[in-house]
Design a protein around this ligand. Sequence first.
Ligand code: ADP
Length: 567
Amino acid sequence: MDTDASEPILKPYHRHHHDHHNSPTPVKASDALPLPLYLTNGLFFGLFFSVAYFLLHRWREKIRNSTPLHIITFPEIVGIVCLAASIIYLLGFFGIGFVQSCISRGSHDSWDVEEDNGGGCSPEEPPTCTLAPISRAKVVAPTIQEPFLSGDDDEVIKGVVSGTIPSYSLESKLGDCKRAAAIRREALQRMTGRSMEGLPLEGFDYESILGQCCEMPVGFVQIPVGIAGPLLLNGKEYMVPMATTEGCLVASTNRGCKAIYASGGASSVLLKDAMTRAPVVRFGTSKRAAELKFFVEDPANFDTLSVAFNRSSRFGRLQNIKCTVAGKNLYMRFGCSTGDAMGMNMVSKGVQNVLDYLQPDFPDMEIIGISGNFCSDKKPAAVNWIEGRGKSVVCEAIINEEVVKKVLKTNIDTLVELNMLKNLTGSAMAGALGGFNAHASNIVSAVFIATGQDPAQNVESSHCITMMESVNDGKDLHISVTMPSIEVGTVGGGTQLASQSACLNLLGVKGASKDSPGSNSRLLASIVAGSVLAGELSLMSAIAAGQLVRSHMKYNRSSKDVSKIPS
Ligand code: ADP
């Protein structure tokens, strides 16, 4: 173990920097002197009180002797400098945490409720799980009521195994996320009698996921990232990172990019940008449910409702409200633009504001749930396919005959026919919902994982209809992908983690766009659609040319004898 369990209570503010070689750790005032922490603190405390005493003493003397206060001697100048230095040090060390703990004590965030039960988050509804930075700070901040655990690692592991120390509380009790993960992992191995060897623990910044991305970590899964590209889209080139363990996928997408590039590139249009949330409310009668429907859908009320909704964030802007009634129940689907965030948090907060605003005028409205599934998040649903959710994008390219022949090894007529019989007719026969494509979800998932998107939103983000048509008297192929619900963001969630943020950086869409908020996430959605276009083109060509099985045998089957791999 790399931390000293007997280190004093202040440890979280003076974290061990070697734990975080992956991310830059802010330099603290306490790092200035090469002394143990308690000596540095003692030194500055001593300095502060002795200098303060000296200066007050001098001040009193000056008043007694009627000496003007602005006449300052050299020892007094030194005293004032030392006082300022010690105040800066002590504020830098204790001040921030103290202010934060005061603020977080005052704010009634979800963590206050969740901490007791080990976290009441529903994975289906991420908004309530994501914590504001202040509440995250609270997890590691020491409190008088709950001092950090002392004792060596083995003692703590035994506590977790016996159940006296809840596993979920390790981060807050130890004040050291890496040590918490190591202890939890060892306890898990002892409890199950199974080894976790192979799942790495080292080389990950566990602080970066605290209260944000993953609870109770014991390590991290490695997924290789391959690069497809350049994808020539709207006149610009992008190297697309894809995290996958499926052989052929990156190679195939890369071939599609090559065909698009050789034909002059693809172009895309963003048709809509609106994340949605639909609460369900209940009334005593269907008539009352319908009255609220007519009220919120009345254009005359839109501005008033927008004002209430938009208070949630400077980026969330209400665009529309679409309602549906089921008996006495009303589902109101709020759509709003969310800047560079994927936006579920933002839209949920806005919806809550509107419900609070409506309640006095509709006192008989019973709020059953902030999400009533008419949203619809992470489930196949026609509403997303028809109305869109997140970014709706259409992307197209014209591939010339020569490229179809030389790069894709097939011909236009075969491709058009295959598309009609497979992606359109075949999917219709299968009763597909948004699945009128060859493998959009392959590309969507790989790009989502690489760039820190929510992989569960692959469900609706992969909705796609692929169209192919021969144009210019049969000399060129027009291919398009229409994707109505690509849910992506470049801030929040997993996008801030080191690896994912490196992939966003490669695409030039890292973080919030300063010039035009929302343009980074919109560009990312277009890149996703462009990559899907490349993937569709290549896989369809492989099937048309009868190459699919052959190339999978080449790329997916290594010469390793699977029977000899230890189980
Ligand atoms: P989500 O709504 O996708 O769950 P988060 O709430 O985790 O996202 O992150 C969005 C946060 O980022 C908000 O607090 C918002 O104020 C902030 N933010 C900063 N810059 C931007 C931007 N350009 N677009 C959207 N949000 C931004």
